[in-house]
Design a protein around this ligand. Structure first.
Ligand code: FES
Ligand code: FES
Length: 180
């Protein structure tokens, strides 16, 4: 299927977004996030700072996290763009998405797109990252709600599940026990 975003005149080129070819006729300077959200209705990536500083808009470009709010379309030309919507396969959540649900690693959820996309890229190249590595890799993604502990646990849970560790799904959640 070919999606047909609004044509406003500019440069004709093709993007591949979540495996689908998208024909565009737009200035190459338009930020990728604008097309993803406004034209392709892919609302996984969020508009946060708009300055490349918070990570809410992260997508994968050829498997590498990129900040789509400041990424010009021309830079993504001919490359594979993956958004949060493109992680699930056959209706099944990606293990990182599942782990975030299982760990209840959200309050408002606004940062989760960036956290999840960054974690997916990390685990693709390092299946068993050290805690310090996870912290460093996710450090550029801002969470104003303070769910950092749950997010770290979710990434560790996803890593274990993806390595096929027995009992990975039985990793206890971070919900504290409330004494009666
Ligand atoms: S919205 Fe893109 S980095 Fe903040
Ligand atoms: S859960 Fe609200 S910003 Fe992270």
């Amino acid at each position: 299927m070919t999606l047909s975003p609004t044509a406003t005149g500019g440069e004709a080129f093709t993007l591949v977004v979540n495996g689908t070819s998208v024909d565009l006729d737009l200035p190459g300077t338009v930020p990728l996030l604008q097309i993803l959200r406004n034209d392709l209705h892919l609302n996984g990536p969020k508009y946060g700072c708009g300055l490349g500083q918070c990570g809410a808009c992260a997508v994968l470009v050829d498997g590498v996290p990129a900040r789509s709010c400041i990424l010009p379309l021309a830079v993504a030309r001919g490359r594979r763009v993956t958004t949060l919507e493109g992680l699930a396969t056959d209706g099944r959540l990606h293990p990182v998405q599942r782990a975030f649900v299982e760990e209840q690693a959200a309050q408002c959820g606004y940062c989760l797109n960036g956290m999840i996309m960054t974690a997916v890229a990390l685990l693709a190249r390092d299946p068993d990252p050290a805690e310090a590595t996870i912290r460093r890799e996710l450090g550029g993604n801002l969470c104003r709600c303070g769910t950092h502990v749950e997010i770290l646990r979710a990434v560790r849970r996803a890593a274990a599940a993806m390595r096929g560790c027995p009992g990975a799904s039985a990793v206890p959640t971070s919900r504290p026990e409330i004494p009666a």
